[in-house]
Design a protein around this ligand. Structure first.
Ligand SMILES: *Cc1c(COP(=O)(O)O)cnc(C)c1O
Length: 423
């Protein structure tokens, strides 16, 4: 038997009278009819619950990493539930501000912030700036000379910890483009420099060891590596960044946000860290609340090789398989508890053989043209990493709760594709 592991579905998932999947009380097939496909469907209550869990685990100051998934509705939701928002560009800053999130609840990240990004962030008064390089300190000093503003900053430190995750999302090792290296002494030099500068108010230390980290113990290692330095600096704040993983496929398991918080706070206590400890979860807030719905357009059986099931989206809705070789599960929303006896390759409609969504996709028998097929745990780094390659339209996004669906991002149109084309 190969039934979709129920735990990969959103919290509100339930089986309808005909064996079909409901999320937030909404029938997925009806959502596909109403809003078209591909479609991102988020369980709104789950998003809210994860935000509350993060606030309970870390307290005030914990920030949602908006790069995982951002639109104005998401920014408002996160803010309503008491989280701060971590933004990593002028664009993310803009959307969060337009959503009505107060600037002092925002944290600006980036390893190469432009003057424009820094000027804007300082003008609106973001709560924290996370400084990533000596050049950025120089820049902040220069800007201060011009306008006298003094932002509160954290310094991003690279603790020299190799969290086991994909190389592209590992960020705590010494050989990293991010932060000030602890071992080489850059961290200490940056603290001395920042303390000496008029253009910043140094309030804390930040570290982010990577993303999709399954073992909370790596955070313990990071805390242990940072502790002597953090204690010596005696600054009021420490952020351990984001990165706790989520289960994407059968057989995977990940610590909850609560368990992660316990490990982080426990190891900080043990190491004698008295600074306020916070974190920046992204994936663990958004990933499992989201499902992507696709319509099957072509089923191609290549004898002796495999069956290709082509859907109406592709690697622009979910670049993770192409980027990192990430695995996903598949299911048919009409028969969510059915035994998935067939193995096919779920592909998109882009002009590349690398346009694979699920290489070995398990599906129930009889998947045919016109069917819906869905991939769970696609709420993070899908819509937000998407592109317009082949000039496909980026999908719509709906939030579902209490039997109602709310469109929060509409599907793109041909006119949207021409919005920046000045002829
Ligand atoms: C990406 C990122 C996060 C969020 O990571 P997740 O793995 O989504 O939790 C948090 N902080 C920083 C600095 C990041 O770059």
């Amino acid at each position: 038997m190969s039934v979709l592991p129920w735990g990969l579905l959103p919290d509100s998932a339930e089986v309808g009278a005909d064996g079909q999947l409901l999320v937030g009380g909404c029938d997925l097939a009806a959502l596909a009819e109403e809003f078209g496909t591909p479609l991102f469907v988020y369980d709104e209550a789950q998003l809210r619950a994860r935000c509350r869990e993060a606030v309970a685990a870390f307290g005030d100051g914990v920030a949602y990493a908006t790069k995982a998934f951002l639109c104005r509705a998401m920014a408002r939701l996160v803010h309503e539930e008491g989280m701060h928002l971590d933004v990593a560009s002028g664009g993310e800053l803009h959307v969060a501000l337009l959503a009505g999130v107060p600037a002092e609840r925002l944290v600006l990240h980036g390893n190469n912030k432009s003057d424009d990004e820094l000027i804007r962030a300082r003008e609106v008064g973001v709560g924290r700036l996370v400084v990533d390089s000596f050049d950025e300190l120089d820049r902040l000093d220069r800007l201060h000379a011009a306008d006298g503003r003094v932002p509160k900053v954290l310094l991003r430190i690279t603790p020299g910890v190799e969290a086991h995750t994909h190389e592209f999302v590992m960020t705590g090792q010494d050989d990293s483009k991010f932060g000030f290296g602890l071992k080489v002494g850059d961290a200490a030099a940056a603290v001395a420099r920042a303390r000496d500068m008029a253009g910043v108010e140094l309030v804390g230390i930040h570290a982010h060891i990577g993303s999709q980290v399954f073992v909370a113990g790596f955070f313990e290692q990071a805390v242990q590596a940072l502790a002597p330095f953090v204690n010596e600096c005696a600054l009021p704040e420490l952020s351990v960044g984001g990165g706790i993983g989520v289960a994407y496929i059968e057989g995977e398991s990940a610590p909850s946000i609560t368990e992660w918080g316990d490990v982080v706070r426990g190891s900080c206590e043990e190491a004698g860290i008295t600074a306020r400890v916070s974190a920046e979860p992204g994936r663990s807030i958004a990933a499992a609340a989201g499902i992507t719905l696709y319509r099957v357009g072509t089923v191609k059986d290549v004898p002796g090789i495999r069956t290709f099931v082509a859907c109406d989206g592709g690697f622009i809705d979910n670049p993770r398989p192409a980027l990192y070789g990430s695995g996903y599960e598949t299911f048919a929303p009409r028969a969510v508890t059915a035994d998935r006896t067939e193995t096919v390759r779920l592909v998109g409609k882009h002009c590349e053989s690398g346009d694979v969504l699920v290489a070995e996709a398990k599906v129930p028998p009889g998947v045919a043209v016109g069917d819906l097929i869905a991939t769970p745990v696609t709420g993070a780094y899908g819509r937000s990493m998407g592109s317009n390659y082949n000039l496909l339209h980026r999908p719509a996004v709906v939030f579902v709760a209490g039997g109602r669906a709310r469109l929060v991002m509409r599907r793109e149109t041909d006119d949207d594709l021409l919005a920046t084309d000045v002829g």
